[in-house]
Design a protein around this ligand. Sequence first.
Ligand SMILES: [Fe+2]
Length: 277
Amino acid sequence: MSSSSLLRGDLLLQKDASELRLVQVTDTHLTGTANGELLGMNTARSARAVIDAAKNSGAIDCFLVTGDIAANEQPTAYGQLEEMLGSDTPSLWLPGNHDDIRSNSGPFEPHLRRRLRAPCWDVVMLETQVQGEVGGALNAFEIGALAEAIDDAIAEDKYLLVATHHPLRSMASAWLDEQSVRNADEALNMLGPHADRTLMISGHVHQESDAVVSGIRMLTTPSTCVQFAPQSEDFALDDVAPGYRSLRLYADGSVHTEVVRVSDENNRPLIGSSGYH
Ligand SMILES: [Fe+2]
């Protein structure tokens, strides 16, 4: 276990309280180069197309990037993502199991803040990456950060969005369920009293889902590159386009969310691919 938290500090958004507009971008698997591929798909080209589509959809208060920024721990992937996102909109990032941002996090500290704090909603970013493992867990720092976020949300009468890389639920997909957060129940028990005022978003599974688990609405979001087939026992790609998730969070706790997919017929993965690590 690491001896300190990667994530620290708050991003304060003192804007009109009626609506918070967020965009989730996840699993970009960037290589730091223009031509890098994952399973035959150019990940920089697809990430740029998805991010550009999100930017062109209207004003965004903050991007939430939920991990696997790099394809294979390439240190240049993070600057590549920062350039794609641009400087007009803040972004908060989480590492995923393919990332190694800890060894060079300095330049990216503004993106590694723990929380976004807005008038009616707080967002807490929780790291689930376990060094050297594909699956996820919440270590003591992350459990502590969650406890603090819950306490603050209750004290300030706010709604809470919890963002993770690995989901805290089963996807009914054997190979992916082996990789979910192994102490998810600990976090879900903590969230229990605030469940109906909590929304959770995750990446890692490269597919769209929307389910209520333990009283909490949990969303997963397509990767900006290759997609995994839902409810598949073993690794399998899905022949659907990449995308992003738009989230509009309102002052009364209501949520409007949709996945927007971006097709590029000239940049598709090799659907027969048999593996991915
Ligand atoms: Fe991924």
